[in-house]
Write a protein that binds this ligand. Structure first.
Ligand SMILES: Cc1ncc(COP(=O)(O)O)c(C=O)c1O
Length: 346
């Protein structure tokens, strides 16, 4: 069956034009820093984010880990939000590989204020772990693609400066925040020592993430990437897809946001669904199945039977994500399927 795949924005397939760019890419050995296409991507991304340098890595998880590992020592502490990706969805890599201790702050729609973080910062003491990093996720996946308010980011940056802490941005979907708010990528990036962004989510590249920061940090990050087995050779064929994605698929994220809003508003009309419309700020739609007696599994199975794929996101919760391969008419088709499934379940 030709499914409408709303499981994630990672499911997109490279278009014919992207594949042409991949085929035509000039390559070299990137571990020797000889790949011209990787270099082009790295300088392009550094410039976009207004920073000195960037580094190409295979995945968002590796981008986060390379950042966190490079600026910390085992036993240091990272303050991050309870629903964030590094804490929940990266197989505890920061703890298992880098020896970081997670210190959790409870957020609201994935965001939190400096006032909430201040009491969590450890005093300098022989007995305590050292607070080292404040991490934020923007947009926030588990909270439903929510945007971290810029004023709170500025306050957190100020707080980090006061205590000499590092700041890390998991900006896997910072592109979506940028398109939704109009805040320049460089404005977001200036408040963080280390930034991780993904090319393989909303932008539609088949693979790849970028680590961004200043020259000294990127030099060390390159070493960390090698240590993790992430040094790659003629990888310009993949970097070419990243360049294509940034040049062609960034502005169109606005369509994904409109489609998500259209879907969310239609779902809000369906009896048996509860949805926080204010949390639908970009391309993610999360809702609760509130009809007694119906499980998330029933709903997902019903959707699949009628050609729509989504993912479970908790005991009563389902997530849908809009992306490059989902058009407005696909969304209208998906809405009809949702209506049908919930009528059948009635
Ligand atoms: C917010 C966030 N950070 C990081 C990642 C990790 O990306 P990857 O799947 O490429 O490792 C994801 C993946 O969904 C994510 O949503």
């Amino acid at each position: 069956m030709d499914y409408l795949d709303l499981r994630s924005d990672t499911v997109t397939r490279p278009s014919a034009k992207m594949r042409q760019q991949i085929a035509a890419a000039e390559v070299g050995d990137d571990v020797f820093e000889d790949d011209p296409t990787v270099k082009r991507l790295e300088s392009m991304v550094a410039a976009l984010f207004g920073r000195e340098a960037s580094l190409y890595v295979p995945s968002g998880s590796m981008a986060n880990l390379v950042c966190l590992h490079t600026v910390s020592k085992p036993g240091d502490e990272i303050i991050c939000e309870e629903g964030c990706h590094v804490f929940n969805f990266e197989a505890a890599a920061a703890a298992a590989i880098s020896g970081l201790l997670f210190h959790i702050v409870r957020g609201e729609r994935g965001a939190f204020t400096a006032d909430k973080v201040r009491p969590l910062i450890r005093p300098e003491s022989l007995h305590s772990p050292r607070t080292r990093i404040i991490e934020i996720e923007n947009t926030h996946n588990r909270a439903g693609g929510t945007i971290f308010p810029l004023d709170d980011i500025r306050e957190l940056h100020r707080l980090a400066g006061e205590y000499n802490l590092k700041t890390h941005l998991d900006g896997a979907r910072i592109w979506n925040a940028h398109i939704a708010t109009g805040v320049p990528l460089a404005e977001y990036a200036q408040y963080f020592d280390t930034v991780a962004v993904c090319l393989s989510k909303g932008l539609g590249a088949p693979i790849g993430s970028m680590v961004i920061g200043d020259h000294d940090f990127i030099r060390e990050a390159r070493r960390t990437r090698k240590m993790f087995g992430g040094g790659m050779r003629q990888v310009g064929i993949l970097a070419a897809a990243g360049i294509y994605a940034i040049e062609n698929n960034l502005a169109r994220l606005a369509e994904d946001h409109e489609n998500a809003r259209r879907l969310a508003e239609a779902l809000a009309q369906i009896e048996g669904i509860a949805i926080d419309l204010e949390a639908v700020q970009t391309n993610i739609v999360i809702f609760d199945v509130v009809r007694a007696g119906y499980s998330v599994e029933d709903v997902l199975a019903g959707l699949k039977e009628k050609g729509v794929l989504a993912v479970p996101f908790g005991e009563r919760r389902i997530r849908c994500v809009t992306h490059l391969d989902i058009s407005r008419s696909d969304i209208d088709r998906a809405i009809k399927v949702f209506q049908g499934v919930f009528e059948t379940l009635n």
